[in-house]
Write a protein of this length. Structure first.
Length: 279
């Protein structure tokens, strides 16, 4: 069990005063089995209106507006979260279950691709080849690791909106690209998969009480009898260093911040994530 304090700060500096902006923040962790949110707050400077709701995917959304001229905006999300180690898969399902009409109807959204996750033919063929003769649980893990073998982690090689096909063509990308590629590959062989956004504490060895620079991170959950969380980038089960914020089909369902504004373009944007392990 880890107790993690996360401070996520996004700062925007505009070239000239912005007259109005309307924004949504998906930056609040989920309370779920194995993860308990003890404290959570989001502060925005400036803001003139605020509301909260759950979106279609079950994500907590903070919607806010700024209706006075402003040259900068700072969004700070701070959370204290207990995260447990993930339990091993208890009841793995066979291919007959995954191909059944009931499951394919219930999890249809996680079997269908978006433009971002649609896998190129090469990836589909790789997934079929790797999965041959394996159980669904074994196949999902093997396909994820096979794709990671082919894609080099290179920050800046892509953006959060880069299609999986483009990252594959470059054989380079970051955690979002690997999550998109793995999701599309698994869906192509009939394994439901969903994109997970959150935070990752990067260092197992750091002393309790030490603050480190963490990351906004992305990983995958696939259904093989139950949902199983795996971090393709780090080739590891998503455990007590992973804080879940949101789930969806791809990044476009779960962006930390989304908005529009009236005024000149953004002059400067900075994002920091500080994580402290408190227990």
């Amino acid at each position: 069990m880890s107790r993690l304090r996360v401070v996520h700060t996004s700062a925007f500096q505009y070239a000239s005063p912005v007259l109005a902006s309307y924004n949504e923040a998906r930056m609040t962790p989920l309370t779920q089995h194995g993860q308990t949110v003890l404290e959570s707050k989001i502060e925005v400077q400036p803001h003139t209106g605020w509301s909260e709701y759950r979106d279609y995917w079950g994500t907590a959304v903070s919607a806010f507006e700024v209706l006075t001229p402003h040259e900068s905006m700072v969004v700070t999300a701070e959370h204290l979260v207990d995260v447990a180690e993930r339990q091993p898969l208890r009841n793995p399902a066979g291919w007959e279950t995954l191909r059944g009409a009931e499951l394919r109807d219930r999890l249809a959204e996680f079997l269908s691709d978006t433009p971002t996750t649609a896998p190129p033919d090469e990836v589909v063929e790789l997934a079929k080849r790797v999965a041959a003769s394996l159980t669904p649980a074994e196949a999902a893990l093997a396909v994820s690791n096979a794709l990671r073998d082919e894609v080099e982690y290179i920050p800046g090689a892509t953006t959060v909106h880069t299609p999986a096909s483009e990252a594959w063509a470059k054989r380079a990308g970051v955690c979002q690209d690997l999550a998109h590629l793995v999701s599309g590959a698994l869906r192509s062989i009939g394994i439901p998969a969903r994109y997970v956004s959150g935070y990752l504490h990067p260092d197992d060895e750091v002393e309790i009480g030490t603050t480190v620079s963490g990351d906004s991170h992305a990983w995958v959950e696939w259904w093989v009898g139950e949902w199983f969380a795996y971090d393709p980038t780090n080739r590891s089960i998503a455990g007590d260093h992973h804080v879940v914020i949101a789930r969806g089909r791809c990044y476009d369902d779960v962006p930390p911040l989304r908005g529009i504004f009236a005024g000149a373009g953004t002059q400067e944007t900075s994002v920091t994530v500080q994580i402290t392990r408190e227990a």
